[in-house]
Design a binder for this molecule. Structure first.
Ligand code: AMP
Ligand code: GLY
Length: 442
């Protein structure tokens, strides 16, 4: 069988790696933004170009006639690539454009959840015109000055600004809200939630929803959760598929919210969501709230969970497209994972190291290396791009063991790269648990 994989980096390297382990031994045709060395190795054909140029992507799809398509990144999903692939008769593991609004429109996502799970939401309002007085009253009086301003479309994870972190005065908040309205036609303003964030991704086909292990991402650029937001600097998951700071009912509620959301999407859009529903949650004082929904695998979250998948990803994808997904098709090893992203030293502030050489020693058996924004030249040398370079995943019998494996490999990579040494360490995890204890004293 043949699978078309639309890709941009390490997430799709991890997807290709899991597809390649399938008993179906699929031929993988990758369409990617760079000549990714990981995808190159795993694919029978690799096309490099602009994945938002749908006429080009569809030309390749029509020429190669895949039995299945998997679309990894948010942009082509949000712009409706699944609609075109399905229309061409190719079963596709990615939601159609209308369903992908759960990620591509913050206001759609909030308004949908308001109908079915209002207690999962922070206080919020959608503004479509810039009325400084009204905005000011909402922020100061209803939100008591603790607020978040969200651009209403995809912006590579950088459209959200939080008071006290990115917005230091109400004036700055109003200015950003104005910008959002001018560019996107609307803005979401909401209450700033206090708690500990986690992700729960589910394989989804309409109302059939099967969860993966829970994961914690680290969006800030530098150790101690400081610096600007990034696409994600690293992630970890635990042996029991929960997280050390969560109570059983938190994870159960997150799973329930993914089910409620899948069902609401079916009702709202009149067709099933086929793909990955990614719930971004925050455990707060009195339960679990939704920060956002994504319509795809997370990057790096995919790097944690896919190496743990002990069942067959091709079977899962086929079952999703045929609406025959069942829980027994999805099994994960009971192991812990820690993923640390190597990035160029100046990421995400500038791209000074772009083009520099980077060298990777052999990868030990208990680690994985997934290539991101990196390009291979004709001599086989690897050069840094401007974005995240490679995700290193350690797998162990505990988070601590997985962390040591990932850390040891990261520090052996040559070139002007850095990573967050604190991700997955006992100290950082203790801090997360302490934050939860302080919010929920016994
Ligand atoms: P999003 O793109 O919606 O995931 O937002 C990016 C980041 O902004 C999240 O991971 C949170 O850290 C933060 N954020 C978003 N919404 C809120 C909120 N209501 N309260 C606190 N932080 C938030
Ligand atoms: N890790 C965050 C994301 O994929 O959106």
């Amino acid at each position: 069988m043949k699978i078309l994989l639309v890709a941009s980096g390490a997430r799709e390297h991890a997807i290709a790696d899991a597809l390649a382990r399938s008993r179906h031994h699929p031929e993988i045709v990758s369409v990617c933004t760079t000549k990714n060395p990981g995808l190159k190795k795993l694919s029978s054909e690799l096309y490099v170009g602009e994945i938002l140029d749908f006429s080009w992507v569809m030309e390749i799809a029509k020429k190669t006639k895949p039995d299945l398509a998997v679309v990894g990144p948010d942009d082509p999903i949000g712009a409706g690539l699944a609609d075109l692939l399905e229309a061409a008769g190719i079963p596709t593991m990615a939601p159609k454009k209308s369903l992908a609004r759960i990620e591509s429109s913050k206001s759609f996502a909030r308004d949908l959840l308001l109908k079915v799970a209002p207690d999962s939401l922070p206080k919020y309002r959608v503004f479509t015109s810039f009325e400084p007085k009204e905005l000011n009253t909402f922020i100061e009086q209803e939100l008591k000055g603790n607020y978040v301003v969200k651009f209403d479309a995809l912006k590579g994870g950088k459209g959200v600004k939080v008071s006290g972190e990115h917005l230091m005065t109400i004036e700055e908040g109003l200015q950003y809200a104005k910008e959002c309205i001018e560019v996107g036609g609307r803005v979401v303003i909401e209450e700033k939630l206090v708690g500990v964030e986690f992700s729960l991704l589910s394989f989804t086909s309409g109302t059939q929803v099967v969860d993966m292990p829970a994961i914690q991402d680290h969006k800030r650029a530098y150790a101690g959760d400081t610096g600007p937001n990034t696409g994600g600097m690293g992630t970890y998951s635990d042996v029991n598929h929960s997280l050390p700071f969560l109570e059983e009912r938190d994870l159960a509620r997150a799973g329930e919210l993914n089910r409620i959301t899948a069902k609401a999407l079916l009702q709202e859009c009149g067709e099933p969501f086929k793909g990955i529903l990614y719930g971004g949650f925050i455990a707060v004082e009195n339960g679990v709230k939704v920060i956002e929904y994504n319509a795809r695998f997370g990057d790096p979250e995919a790097l944690n969970v896919l190496p743990l998948l002990t069942s067959d990803l091709v079977d899962i994808c086929m079952a999703i497209t045929e609406e025959k997904l069942t829980p027994d098709l999805v099994t994960f090893a009971k192991k812990a994972t820690v993923c640390k992203y190597l990035t160029p030293q100046s990421y995400p502030v500038s791209k000074d190291e772009k083009g520099a050489l980077v060298t990777f020693p052999p990868v030990p058996a208990d680690a994985h290396l997934f290539f991101g924004d990196i390009a291979e030249d004709d001599e086989g040398n690897l050069h840094l791009g401007g974005s995240r370079t490679a995700g290193i995943v350690g797998i162990g019998a505990s988070i601590a063991e997985a962390e040591r494996i990932a850390e040891s490999y990261c520090s052996s990579v040559g070139g002007p790269v850095r990573h967050r040494e604190d991700i997955g360490t006992e100290e950082l995890i203790r801090m997360r648990c302490e934050t939860m204890h302080s919010l929920r004293p016994r």
